[in-house]
Design a protein around this ligand. Structure first.
Ligand code: C2E
Ligand code: MG
Ligand code: MG
Ligand code: MG
Length: 295
């Protein structure tokens, strides 16, 4: 009986692991197939989340990748990006993301959609650590008819710290080509302040973790510190995960340059983003008195 109970315990322990391994394998196969059969447009899509300045004017948007899995439904990038990285598929996926970003910028320009801002694209550590990355990216973007200055590349601390010297070289190349560079999720990784000065950054993104703790009466010291560091470095601070009016007001008081979050707009698909742009533009065109009642 004890033995049977033991076996049961082992089974109880192993089954979820086996399931997890199965799911992983299925996901990996799905990712590979979606990429290889060029069925990506039907399964993968970019969603967009606007970024505004303190006056509420559009300054840019972040492109966020979505995977509509045929069986599993919509999967979070926090699940499939690590998988793409481990399997090396991130390079093909990253190239596809850049291609889509350029395609949409061109379409918005062509259709007279009021997107004068910059489009931010997330770049994984694996992409950045490829020594050909900067050269290939510039070639791809120029071939698509887009100026590199229309794109902001969002990098994480872990991407930079993997091999700092080679990352520094790549960032120098990207910056010289005209790309804007943002450090994403700042303050959540294992980083040292000393390297910040050496990187050609344009934006520090205040992680949601610090934004969520902002209240009307107590400014989170870390949020305030990050905005201050950005300004002392002569670059912009953009807060992510702004969900409430008190958070927004606190960030405005801190002098945070950019705001992004559900309060302004959730990430939306491309038609939704166009609609938001149109409505937002109309809202901005209202006289001040009327605008205040809408805010
Ligand atoms: P991130 O770059 O830090 O993106 C911000 C995340 O916060 C997004 O999650 C966004 O949907 C979410 N978010 C935005 N506003 C709010 C808010 O007000 N409240 C809350 N609770 N969340 C908010 P998402 O789309 O699930 O993406 C997760 C992460 O996946 C991203 O974090 C980024 O690191 C990665 N990712 C997304 N797209 C790509 C991509 O194309 N390539 C790569 N390499 N990574 C990507
Ligand atoms: Mg990001
Ligand atoms: Mg972020
Ligand atoms: Mg984040």
């Amino acid at each position: 009986r004890a033995k049977a109970a033991g076996r049961n315990a082992v089974r109880l322990f192993l089954e979820p692991m086996q399931q997890e391994a199965d799911t992983r394998l299925a996901l990996e196969r799905g990712l590979r197939t979606a990429l290889e059969q060029e069925r990506m447009p039907t399964q993968f899509a970019l969603h967009f989340q606007p970024q505004v300045n303190r006056r509420g004017e559009l300054i840019g948007a972040e492109a966020l990748l979505r995977w509509q899995h045929p069986q599993l439904g919509e999967l979070s990038p926090t699940v499939f990006i690590p998988l793409a990285e481990e399997t090396g598929l991130i390079h093909a996926l990253g190239t596809w993301v850049i291609g889509q970003a350029c395609m949409y910028i061109r379409a918005w320009d062509r259709d007279g959609v009021a997107f004068g801002g910059r489009l931010a694209v997330n770049v994984s550590a694996w992409q950045l650590n490829d020594p050909r990355f900067a050269t290939q990216l510039e070639a791809q973007v120029r071939a698509a008819g887009i100026e590199p200055s229309r794109l902001t590349l969002e990098l994480t601390e872990s991407a930079l710290l993997r091999d700092f010297d080679s990352a520094l070289e790549t960032l120098g190349q990207l910056s010289a080509a005209g790309f804007r560079l943002a450090l994403d999720d700042f303050g959540t990784g294992y980083s040292s302040l000393s390297y910040l000065q050496r990187l050609p950054l344009d934006v520090l993104k205040v992680d949601r973790a610090f934004v969520s703790e902002l209240t009307p009466n107590s400014a989170n010291p870390l949020a305030s510190f990050i905005v201050d560091v950005a300004h002392r470095l002569g670059i912009a601070a953009v807060a992510e995960g702004v969900e409430t009016v008190p958070q927004r007001l606190a960030l405005e008081r801190l002098g945070c340059d950019g705001l992004q979050g559900y309060l302004i707009c959730r990430p939306v698909d491309e038609p939704g983003f166009r609609r938001w742009l149109t409505e937002h533009q109309q809202a901005r065109a209202l006289p001040q008195a009327q605008r205040n009642t809408h805010d």
